[in-house]
Design a protein around this ligand. Structure first.
Ligand SMILES: Nc1ncnc2c1ncn2[C@@H]1O[C@H](COP(=O)(O)OP(=O)(O)O)[C@@H](O)[C@H]1O
Ligand code: SF4
Ligand SMILES: [Mg+2]
Length: 349
């Protein structure tokens, strides 16, 4: 069988840069087991910006940390597979992972000030990110640092400044410069613009789009904001209670979201102000999200779902609605009609 992740095939532009298969992450805590990620499949294309969207606590950051091998091995259990460059990252040693982290896959977090050292200049910190993987002379490091600063829209003179001397948006650009310093295949950006005001958010997202073009960079963009999905992402995966409940192109998702959770999020946003759904952060929908200590046998959204019926007592299998639009639901909107006696969510069919 032709395995898209065999080492011979990894340069195929059509093959995904990373694919998580049945990824599961549990935490062992004194209060019980936290089932944070429950068997997700996620495939990130080459030079694709893939949005991972969902309410706070649904498992987005745990997913990204599991991919990077950053979860504490003592208190967590990670199962499944994460294929990258012909290897299953979950089977690699810490030493092998260090070769990949920062060089082939890098990460940008929400709060740059927590990630940057206050005691070193920006230039030094970017140079360090390069020296972690390449042995270069000081002159060469300085040259590369200057190029990186320009690439992320900063003056090379910023190399001599300390993080606290820069605005939040500039600090995030420095983080991105560090992230791309070794020209990685994949950048994972975990809510990179959440702490920034709207205009600066848009500028940072434009920068990610520009870098994707210039460097053929793939980006996993974690967000809880529809504006980011609509304006920045090529594809989106929606996460709920540790499950990916829907994956589609961003356009298809905004127009034809099929999972009742996605529909509820889209339908309860007031339209007509400031660009409608696409400009809003995730709204609050009725009911409570599932607690991660529980893992029901059936659909995790059933307690909040207006279309729930008997069959939903069994966990649905992902259904392909065509064109790469996948949904984890027995009764997705637009495909199967709602079963008799089950009210349709507003605008869903
Ligand atoms: N180290 C940990 N120990 C126990 N539970 C954790 C740990 N890290 C995350 N969790 C739990 O896993 C779930 C998913 O968290 P997270 O991925 O951070 O959510 P988000 O989607 O907001 O990024 C949450 O219920 C969170 O409390
Ligand atoms: S499987 Fe059933 S309960 Fe779950 S989202 Fe679909 S209709 Fe609702
Ligand atoms: Mg998070």
């Amino acid at each position: 069988m032709n395995d898209p992740f065999s080492p011979e095939n990894t340069q195929d532009p059509a093959s995904p840069v990373l694919r998580a298969e049945d990824l599961r992450c549990d935490f062992l805590t004194v209060e019980g087991i936290v089932y944070a990620v429950n068997g997700i499949n996620l495939s990130i294309g080459r030079a694709e910006i893939h949005g991972l969207v969902g309410e706070s606590g649904c498992g987005k950051s745990v997913t990204s940390r599991a991919i990077m091998g950053l979860l504490d091995r003592k208190h967590s259990r990670v199962k499944g597979a994460v294929f990258f460059d012909g290897k299953n990252l979950l089977g690699l040693s810490e030493r092998e992972l260090r070769e990949i982290r920062g060089k082939r896959i890098s990460m940008v977090f929400q709060d740059p000030l927590n990630s940057l050292s206050p005691l070193e200049t920006v230039g030094r910190q970017i140079a360090e990110a390069i020296s972690n993987h390449y042995d270069l002379a000081k002159d060469e490091l300085n040259k590369r640092t200057a190029v990186l600063l320009e690439r992320v829209g900063l003056h090379p003179g910023a190399a001599k400044q300390y993080p606290f001397e820069l605005s939040g948006g500039m600090q995030q650009r420095v983080m991105i410069a560090q992230g791309i310093s070794c020209e990685p295949d994949l950048l994972i950006a975990d809510e990179p613009t959440t702490a920034l005001d709207v205009t600066i958010q848009a500028q940072v997202l434009d920068l990610l789009k520009k870098l994707r073009e210039e460097l053929s960079l793939s980006v996993l963009l974690i967000t809880h904001n529809f504006a980011v999905v609509a304006e920045t992402c090529d594809r989106v995966s929606v996460m709920y209670a540790g499950y990916i409940v829907e994956t589609a192109t961003a356009g298809e998702f905004i127009r034809n979201a099929a999972h009742p959770y996605s529909r509820a999020l889209i339908d309860c946003i007031p339209r007509g102000q400031g660009g409608g759904a696409a400009r809003q952060p995730l709204p609050v929908i009725q009911g409570f999200p599932m607690r991660h200590y529980d893992r029901p046998a059936g659909c995790p959204f059933a307690p909040r779902c207006p279309r729930a019926e008997k069959a939903c007592g069994e966990l649905p299998r992902p259904r392909d609605l065509g064109g790469g639009h996948l949904v984890l639901c027995h009764h997705p909107a637009g495909e199967a009609p709602a079963p008799e006696g089950i009210p349709s969510p507003k605008g869903a069919v």
